[in-house]
Design a protein around this ligand. Structure first.
Ligand SMILES: Cc1ncc(COP(=O)(O)O)c(C=O)c1O
Ligand SMILES: [Zn+2]
Length: 424
């Protein structure tokens, strides 16, 4: 269904939030669906002002008590009305309490349970609700793969046509997913950063709403709901740490925005410290935030198994750095060996099968624990951001898995002791 694209400038603003502030200079902008960046030096991103004035703690708790099992349970804090969301039940993912792990109280937030298998669905749901509220018929995105699969999924549910630009090397399962959901897909013969620039050009030239991370301020609005859930699932408390696999830094800034909004409603008495977990091959945020890291690291390796978090120019750098500073956080980059080991630990020790980029979070946790930065008994929430089924390279089954005859029962050995991380 390809409807004509109404002119965004003349359409009435149907958003609940009317303003956005520049993340660098703070200037307020009137917000329309097509509003993207401030024109101050550096062309900085915008952050939607959630006009909390009319939203009370009681209104939020009332909405939560209605117990909608999706991110729309926090409707009063969303920039657009719930009726524009899809039926897919994005969000409200489990928070597993694994009790003691490496001396800490360890929780995993299982974002692999989202409809397309990644946390990105939160952003896509929010963006598509904004699009639906304005009768927008076409949306474009540049992505390393998950955001594209996610937008394609939510677009299919919302009846909105989706065009995606991914790097040529996108994992084949993500490409399959994108095609299956009916999106138009182009593999750009270049990097994610090249795809990003191209999506921007197409969006400007053809007037198409662009969901690309950072540029579209509504992605953060979806991602902030992950923080709402963590706090609610912990009994309206923040953990000591939230560990966030990080590329563009938009999940990080979204999580921080979510905790800030709850604090503004007096729903939290303390704030968490955030960790940006990066790959050593894509560590701009870690280098910029932590001068010690910049001193010790000797040039990034050219390749990483964690392709989803591989970006040369993080698109939400300013707000990610602000979130790290304000939360007294940490930024750390881990090697592929650690990422692969963490992928195995998550699957075989915790029962959560994640893609490598996602496992960078556990690898970062293990390093910070060894270093003593994270202290015994502290409460740690690690985000498992995307399912492992979409990217099997890190943990592909070996070729020598035994083949046996249908009656060879004697050859099957059972038993043995497994290492398991117990629930509390
Ligand atoms: C599985 C997964 N984890 C983490 C991230 C990082 O998110 P951000 O780019 O907002 O830092 C991505 C981004 O594509 C992702 O796909
Ligand atoms: Zn500005």
């Amino acid at each position: 269904m390809n409807m004509p694209q109404p002119d965004m400038a003349v359409r009435a603003n149907r958003l609940r939030s009317k303003h956005a502030s520049c993340v660098a200079c703070g200037r307020l902008h009137d917000i329309e669906p097509g509003t993207s960046q401030c024109d101050c030096a550096g062309q900085e991103n915008l952050s939607i002002c959630c006009d909390l004035g009319p939203v009370t703690r009681a209104a939020l708790l009332k909405s939560v008590a209605e117990n909608e099992r999706s991110l729309w349970r926090y409707a009063p804090l969303m920039p657009v009305d719930r009726r524009f969301g899809t039926h897919l039940g994005v969000g409200w993912t489990p928070l597993y309490d694994f009790g003691d792990y490496l001396g800490t109280r360890f929780f995993l937030k299982d974002e692999t349970r989202n409809p397309s298998g990644s946390l990105k669905d939160r952003a896509s749901e929010a963006v598509m609700a904004v699009a639906a509220a304005h009768d927008i018929a076409d949306v474009i995105v540049a992505s390393t793969g998950n955001a594209a699969a996610s937008l394609a999924c939510i677009g299919a549910a919302a009846g909105i046509q989706v065009t995606v630009l991914v790097p040529r090397t996108v994992p084949s399962a993500k490409l399959t997913q994108i095609v299956a959901y009916g999106a138009s897909v182009y593999r750009v013969d270049g990097t994610y950063d090249d795809a990003y620039a191209l999506a921007r050009k197409v969006s400007a030239a053809k007037g198409i709403f662009n969901r690309s991370t950072g540029l579209n301020p509504f992605t953060r609005e979806g991602k902030k709901t992950c923080a709402f859930e963590i706090a609610e699932q912990l009994g309206w408390q923040a953990p000591d740490w939230v560990i966030v696999p990080t590329g563009d830094g938009n999940i990080l800034s979204g999580i921080w925005k979510g905790f800030l909004e709850l604090a503004a409603l007096d729903l939290l008495s303390a704030m968490p410290r955030l960790v940006a977990a990066q790959s050593a091959a894509s560590d701009v945020i870690a280098r910029t935030f932590d001068p010690e890291w910049a001193k010790t690291a000797i040039g990034p390796p050219p390749y990483t198994i964690a392709d989803s978090i591989t970006v040369a120019q993080p698109r939400d750098l300013t707000s990610a750095l602000a979130a790290l500073s304000a939360s007294k956080g940490e930024a750390i980059a881990v090697d592929d060996d650690e990422i692969i080991a963490a992928t195995r630990t998550l699957a075989s020790g915790f029962g959560v099968f994640c893609e490598p980029s996602s496992a960078a979070g556990l690898a970062a946790f293990e390093r910070l624990r060894q270093r003593g930065t994270i202290k015994p008994h502290e409460r740690v929430v690690c985000l498992a951001t995307g399912t492992g089924l979409k990217d099997l390279r890190a943990v592909a089954a070996p070729d020598d898995v035994p083949v046996i005859a249908p009656d060879a029962w004697q050859e099957i050995s059972v038993g043995g002791i497994r290492h398991r991380h117990h629930g509390a």
